[in-house]
Design a binder for this molecule. Structure first.
Ligand SMILES: *Cc1c(COP(=O)(O)O)cnc(C)c1O
Length: 429
């Protein structure tokens, strides 16, 4: 099914995320996936700790999701969204409007998280155009990640992020220091000193403040204090600034709440969704906003200037709709709570390891931060030998498993990490 030639071809001709063509990180061929397991070409089955980057929350090859796709494909797999609508899009958006805060009433569908972020930024700028103001700038917090397209990169962490290479190429935006106060520590008002200063300086230029609520993902897997988010909301309301919540990683239960904004009991003006939206089956994202913002955009500039070819793809909408049905049925809540409880055992088993700087858990997210940088290729090879799929970055080993994972499978992931920590050759000095 997959032979040596295929690997060679892959190595020579196919780019993989964030790796070089000259000297790529090794790749593993997966030929099937079911439940919480990935099946390799040689027949080995790996317990998946990554949900294919936050997306496969219900597990792989889910019968109901598959059925939704098969049912839709017999009607049509795609039709343009310009001048046309279809049942899958309407059903999906009804559900989206239903489960998100009641203020968010208008949905823009797009193909990927990065595009949903681009759309959110355009919405904010066009909102101000609608009010007769040109506001081209954004304020965000350091340590953030919002995607790989150019505008999205302009609000990713400017120093540490995978995008530091692009400084000078992307629009220059404003950054405030990352919140230091972790989710579980006691709140300290002085956390916001720099934020208040930046807002005071720049608010007349700002189209919006954009951030990941509560969990900063790819920027370092940090969980910050809900009070921080509350204050940001208050400041936005005070100055009439828009707040964009990028819930692309955190949405649909991952942090223990349906949306991470609920930890702070706040409602954003614009919300970006993606990743788990289709339960990890198809690429789809959504940007939601209020009637007021949507109507203001339309008052001066008539239309929102965006419209991807595959906007509202019926297959993606149909499967997203079924994934939302699963979410609405509510099993996720106990599943995530149980994963959280189980992951928290790492506080005892791993926290005192000499190589570990910090262990933190929130919802179905477990993070082990190490003192040293990790040799990704070496540790990954070890993990695969242990029959688990975990992909660390920088100094972070993290678990974001499908919600259906069993305790036994979770233990397998945790034990593999625990053993890996004892191998000095997986860490750089
Ligand atoms: C992954 C991610 C994105 C980008 O989504 P893509 O589908 O990869 O384009 C944007 N924001 C956050 C918070 C993400 O985690």
């Amino acid at each position: 099914m997959f032979n040596f030639d295929d690997f060679t071809f892959d190595r020579q001709h196919i780019w993989h995320p964030y790796t070089s063509m000259r000297n790529p990180l090794p790749c593993y061929a997966v030929v099937a996936a079911k439940g919480c397991c990935l099946e390799l070409a040689d027949g080995r089955k790996l317990v998946d700790g990554m949900s294919s980057w936050w997306s496969a929350i219900h597990g792989y090859n889910h019968q109901r999701l598959n059925h939704a796709l098969k049912k839709q494909i017999d009607y049509m797999s795609h039709v343009m969204f310009g001048g046309i609508t279809h049942p899958a899009a309407v059903s999906l958006c009804r559900k989206l409007v239903g489960i998100t805060p009641k203020e968010l009433q208008c949905v823009f569908l797009s193909d990927s998280g990065s595009v949903a972020v681009e759309v959110s930024m355009k919405m904010a700028m066009q909102y101000w155009l609608g009010r007769g103001e040109k506001r081209p700038k954004f304020l965000t917090i350091k340590g953030g990640y919002h995607g790989d397209t150019l505008s999205a990169m302009s609000v990713c962490d400017p120093d540490n992020s995978i995008h530091s290479l692009w400084r000078g190429f992307v629009p220059k935006n404003y950054f405030t220091v990352a919140p230091n106060c972790s989710f579980y520590s006691s709140w300290n008002e002085s956390e916001l000193d720099d934020f208040y200063k930046k807002v005071e300086q720049h608010h007349n230029n700002l189209a919006a403040i954009i951030l990941e609520p509560i969990v900063q993902g790819v920027g370092g897997m940090r969980f910050y204090h809900p009070c921080y988010l509350q204050r940001v909301r208050e400041v936005c309301s005070h100055y009439g600034l828009l707040l964009i919540a990028d819930e692309i990683a955190t949405g649909f239960g991952r942090t223990g709440k349906l949306f991470a904004c609920e930890h702070a009991d706040i409602v954003p003006d614009i919300m970006c969704l993606g990743k788990a939206l289709t339960g990890g089956t198809m690429t789809l994202a959504a940007t939601l906003t209020t009637n007021d913002i949507a109507h203001t955009i339309s008052s001066a500039t008539n239309c929102l200037m965006h419209g991807p070819t595959f906007m509202g793809n019926p297959l993606a909408c149909a499967v997203a709709c079924e994934s939302l049905s699963l979410i609405i049925e509510g099993k996720w809540f106990n599943q995530v709570a149980n994963i959280e409880k189980h992951l928290k055992k790492m506080y005892v088993s791993l926290n005192n390891h000499s190589r570990v700087a910090d262990v933190r858990v929130l919802g179905a997210i477990g993070v082990i931060e190490t003192h040293q940088y990790i040799n990704i290729a070496a540790i990954q090879e070890f993990f695969v030998k242990q029959d688990v799929w975990i992909r660390p970055f920088n100094k972070v080993i993290y678990l974001i498993p499908p919600y259906i994972i069993t305790y036994k499978q979770l233990d397998k992931l945790i034990n593999a990490i625990s053993e890996a920590l004892d191998h000095s050759d997986f860490f750089y000095y």
